[in-house]
Design a protein around this ligand. Structure first.
Ligand code: MN
Ligand code: MN
Length: 468
């Protein structure tokens, strides 16, 4: 794991080996080595990153340029940059550059420790020693490290990240952040009624478990508690409905990306002093065909006592999320956000997660948070009538929509039965969590989405009471 040290300075240090500068009117994200200054104390390379048209430059474009520069300079241990100057050295610009550059540097193998010095012009918004500059660097560093942890978890070979191992990794991270953590397995899971999760894990030699994280208010504190649920399928072979497409099954180690994102956001928020009270539930399981696997036609019972007929064992994510949502609702949370790599993310591409739900306010807050930090989503509609597609003659519902393709909308429709009046938002990060090919400024592989959006929401100062 690389460690990036961020610091600010009033001017470019003479001994900086690499100086990263903005280049207006060059294509956004283009990178060029401009010159080598050999007359200083050390050889200094000047690297320019394109920002497009000066008049329309905004934080979003600055983030893309910073990520691209981070990626291009990933092997450099020391970089100084004047990039925040393009938006007046504001704390927002400082945060965007520090975070974007750090996120862009991610490599699963061969990351190097590095120091990024942000060179701020005098007389502008960002004085190097100002407390708000220190806070921006703290948020940027913590957020970038959270995103990196998610990507590292996703990139870990699935046999090295079984449900039990993943749970341990989560517990270590929670402990370091001062977040309370419990791991439930075996009889404890049976007693809590996590029938979907137990069912999904039945075909694997590595049994399922559920991780609980708590932050914020005590039981006696009336502050609203936000419930978070994250799908943690450490490998999804599809179960008995085995995935037959080699191009699809090849990246199914990423099916735990949502659980990792929820954990990373909750722990980072705690480190940054978030006042939000959170209860997160992460069901972890391996979905394999095996002697004990769920069979199409089996019925599982969720914590709310309702039943689901499993017509397709490859629709396992909604089974474990149904457990988590119904458990959280039973615990009396005041709002629920669930996250899962369920489908292609609602068909809105690899740069937007799909979002459905019952609380326009919660969804609006989530979308605004994601937009601010370059981890954006898109609100898609639910229609009550589609629930009929899940009718089952032997259970309260089935897990596969009848006679229509299974898409983000149908997965969200299935889940919409579980919040039972509690304000709810569902994020499908199946499009954004893992890229099969480069999509600049992102490299192929895990992105960490929607960690950054969730963290931004949790850092909002008011514990909003959401309404339907
Ligand atoms: Mn599946
Ligand atoms: Mn899956």
């Amino acid at each position: 794991m690389f460690e990036l040290r961020l610091r600010t300075a009033g001017a470019v240090p003479d001994d900086a080996p690499v100086v990263l500068v903005p280049a207006f009117d060059a294509p956004v994200g283009s990178v060029a080595v401009l010159s080598v200054a050999a007359d200083g104390p050390t050889r200094q390379r000047v690297v320019a990153v394109g920002l497009g048209d000066r008049d329309t430059c905004d934080p979003r474009r600055l983030r893309v340029a910073s990520m691209t520069a981070g990626r291009a300079l990933a092997a450099e241990p020391e970089v100084a940059t004047t990039l925040p100057s393009v938006l007046g050295d504001t704390t927002a610009a400082i945060l965007v550059v520090a975070e974007g550059f750090s996120v862009g540097r991610y490599r699963y193998r061969g990351g190097v420790d590095a120091e990024l010095t942000l060179c701020l012009g005098s007389g502008t918004g960002g004085e190097p020693d100002a407390p708000e500059v220190a806070r921006a660097l703290e948020v940027a560093g913590t957020a970038a490290e959270a995103v990196e942890w998610v990507r590292r978890m996703v990139d870990t070979p699935p046999s090295d990240l079984t449900p039990a191992v993943f749970a341990e990794r989560i517990a270590e991270r929670a402990s370091a952040a001062g977040v309370k953590c419990e791991i439930w397995s075996g009889d404890r899971l049976v007693a809590a009624g996590f029938g979907g999760t137990l069912g999904v894990g039945r075909g694997s030699a590595h049994p399922p478990c559920v991780v609980h994280l708590w932050t914020g208010a005590q039981a006696t504190d009336p502050a609203p508690v936000l419930g978070l649920a994250g799908k943690g399928i450490t490998f999804d072979a599809g179960g008995i409905n085995l995935k037959r497409d080699p191009d699809e099954i090849a990246w199914m180690k990423s099916d735990m990306a949502a659980a990792a994102a929820v954990v990373a956001a909750v722990c980072a928020a705690a480190r940054l002093g978030s006042v939000r009270a959170v209860h997160a539930v992460l069901p972890l399981a391996e979905n394999l065909p095996g002697p004990g696997s769920l069979l199409p036609g089996d019925v599982v019972i969720h914590p709310d006592g309702s039943s689901t007929e499993v017509l397709d064992t490859d629709n396992e994510g909604r089974l474990v999320l149904a457990d988590a949502i119904s458990f959280l609702v039973g615990e009396g949370v005041d709002g629920v956000i669930d996250v899962g790599t369920l489908t292609d993310g609602g068909g809105v591409g690899h740069l937007l997660w799909g979002c459905w739900g019952t609380s326009d306010r919660l969804i609006a807050d989530l979308l605004a948070a994601g937009d601010r930090v370059g981890d954006a989503g898109w609100h898609l509609p639910l229609r009550e009538e589609y629930a009929e597609l899940f009718a089952s003659p032997v259970a309260d519902r089935s897990n596969r929509a009848r006679d229509v393709p299974d898409i983000g909308l149908t997965a969200a429709t299935f889940l919409s039965r579980f919040p039972r009046g509690v304000p709810w938002a569902h994020i499908d990060n199946g499009g954004t969590a893992y890229l099969g090919a480069d999509l600049p400024p992102w490299a192929a592989g895990p992105t960490g989405s929607p960690t950054r959006a969730l963290l931004e929401l949790l850092l909002e100062p008011d514990a909003t009471v959401y309404t339907q």
